[in-house]
Structures are given as structure tokens and as C-alpha cells.
Design a protein around this ligand. Sequence first.
Ligand SMILES: Cc1ncc(COP(=O)(O)O)c(C=O)c1O
Ligand SMILES: [Zn+2]
Length: 412
Amino acid sequence: MGTLRSLRCISCGTEYDPAKLDYTCPACGPRRGTLEVLYDEATLRHTVTRDSFAATGRASMWRYEALLPIDDVRHVQPLRVGWTPLYAFPTLADEFGLAGLYVKDDGQNPTASYKDRASSLVVIKAQEKRRPIVTCASTGNAASSLAGFSAAAGLQAVIFVPQRAPEAKVAQLLVYGAKVFSVRGSYDDAYDLAAEAADAFGWYNRSAAMNPYLVEGKKTGAFELAEQLNWQPPDVVFVGVGDGSVVSGLCKGFEEFARLGLIERIPRVIGVQAEGSSPIASAFSAFHGGRVEYDDVDAHSVADSICVGKPRDVVKAVTYVARNGGSFVTVKDDEILDAILALARSTGVFAEPAGAASYAGLRKMARTATLEGKTAAVVVTGSGLKDVASARQRVGAPIVIDPTIKEIERHL
Ligand SMILES: Cc1ncc(COP(=O)(O)O)c(C=O)c1O
Ligand SMILES: [Zn+2]
């Protein structure tokens, strides 16, 4: 059982009793007042060791139960979430001038995205809080993930997605038995509507950033990057950024491991945004300590999962990435689509656009030589099968033939 201590506002620092507050700091409001989950680290320093995780016998993110805020592991769903493969590609690393290149394939989670790490945990929080109906707005992955984990736990999910969410993600929602509202509007519109509905009907809200426990699930990717590399995490970690919660989770995970003495240095986390949807990268450029300032944008990108104009975890993302020496980089949609093919053809890992954005960011940064001699990891946050239409924009059609050898010869 995690030694949960309090929830602390990222902006004003007020600490709240987790039993008394579900979402954000009432004084700072939903954007500035996102909450950090704090633990009793003095106790954890005595109980948590490098060996204690493997000793749980779990090949899932629940091997880190000691650092997660749930009351009872008996609620953990049977689905295997996390402990996803970390592949090494030494030849590709050489091509980039890197000392090592690793791909963390989170497309292999139960519903095929990184979001499963957060959903697994938040569904348990809903059960602990005796909230049988859970809701969220999502560009698609958080929703399909919540729908899947709700099904596994016997909860009802009510989902709000923008009308342009990719077909496969919507199909997942319906297959898992969620009640699905396809909102005529953007993801940002769907987000506000879900929050209003959660309030009106008493549903437990899993929408990005406002629920403090999401980042806790998302930090487990960092734990795995450290443990799977024998406690020598990579120098640099690339990840696609929309609302900013995944990148915040990775930073928090590395920081917690460092404070507990499990790793010696904290990797630089590089958040990758699509050029047409990069308000967090802009806020980061303007940040020089103190208050995080941000401007919302009208977002456009082929990478639907990170097409977010009004990022809800911008304050945390900018604060955390700056604190650990990371940065942000933006990539064009064309570079993202190229990265899908480049990644698939050099590693065998097929990513959706937002999942390949991390690789597009690495390719762009490698050209400026700032990565020379470093070890780097690319987090693939979603499977390519989530959005085949985008990938098909970059590949030709198959060759249609009659079933004869002659026909094959004609095309060779
Ligand atoms: C595949 C994928 N990659 C990256 C992200 C970015 O996560 P965040 O919105 O927390 O920045 C998402 C979020 O939906 C996603 O689905
Ligand atoms: Zn506050």
C-alpha cells in the first residue's frame, strides 16, 4: 500500500487531505490548481529498495505498488498493464551518433496506449471512493483505456470524444460497452462538457490533469525505464505531449526514484509537440522561473492524440521539465508521418502519429548534434493500429494481381 500523505497545489503549495478533495485546488482553479500527490518519503526510504519491486513477483506497473496511492491491491484488475518492452537498437543508435537507443513500446498495453497506466489506477480510486460511474473527455486513447478498465472492474463509463476521433478508438469504446457521446466540437469543448456533466451527475472524472491520480499511473513508465536499464536510465527521454500529463508523469517518476536513492541522476525529458498544436512548447520557451504563463491556441495536427489547444497540465509540464533540465521541441505533421515509417521500418514498432512524435523529435534533435554520445529512449505511447488512416497517407497501395506467377513476374 502506498504511503499517501497529501495532495499539494502545483501553484500555491497548499496541501489538502486526499479524503476531502477529488480534483483541483479551489483557490487556484482547474488550470493553475492541479494537484501533486505526495507520499511519506521518510517511511518509503526505509521500505523501498531496488530489489523490492521484483520481489512483488508482478510483471506489470503494479510492481511499484509501494509508490502508488491505492488502499488495497485486491482491486487491481487482472489485465496486465505496464512493464512494457524496452527494445535496444544499437545499429540505429550508431546512425544517430548516440551511445544507445531504446524504444519503450507502450502500444503493447491492454487497450494499446500509455493511458492504460493511468486508467488502471483511477478505476481503483473510483472503486475506493464508491463511485460506480466514471467519465472522461479524451482525444480517444484515455477514453478507450477508461472504457476497457471500467469493463474489467465492472464500472460504467460515460465518454465524451470529439467527432473527429479516429474510427478504431471509437470502436474500442463501443466494444467495451461505454456510453459514448461524440461531441460536435473540439477536444477542448468535450473536456469542458465532461467536467460539467461529472459535476451535475456525480460521476468520477478521469479527464486529463484535473484528476491528480493520473500522473501517478503515468510515472510508472519512468520507473520501468530505470529498472529495465539496470538502474542506469537513459540520458534523454523523448515523449509526445498534448495536455502535458504524460511528460509530467515521466519527470515525477524519475524525481521520486532519485529522491529515494534508487537512481543517481535524473534524465532530461524532452516533450515533443506538433507544430500546429504547441502551446506547452511556447509556454516553456517563455518560462524563466516563477509563474508559468501560457496562451491557448486553435490546434491543428495529424497527431489527434496530441492535438490539444488548451492544455490542462501546462503548469506541471513546464515546471517539471524545466526542473530536470529537459526541454520541448516541435515537429511538423510531415515529420511525424515520416517518423511513423522510419520507426516501423528500422525497429518493427508501429506507432500512431502521437506515438511516433517522440521519434520525430529525436530525429530532429539528432540533426543538431546535441545528442552526440548520449543514450536516448523514445516512448511510443500508442499503437499504429489505433489510426491506420494517417499511416496510409504515407504508403502506396498494394499491387492487385490475378493469382498467377506470370502476374508476379510482370510486377517484379
Ligand atoms: C498516444 C498518445 N501519446 C501522447 C499523448 C500525450 O499525453 P498528454 O495529453 O498527457 O500530454 C497522448 C494523450 O492522449 C496519447 O494518447
Ligand atoms: Zn492553489
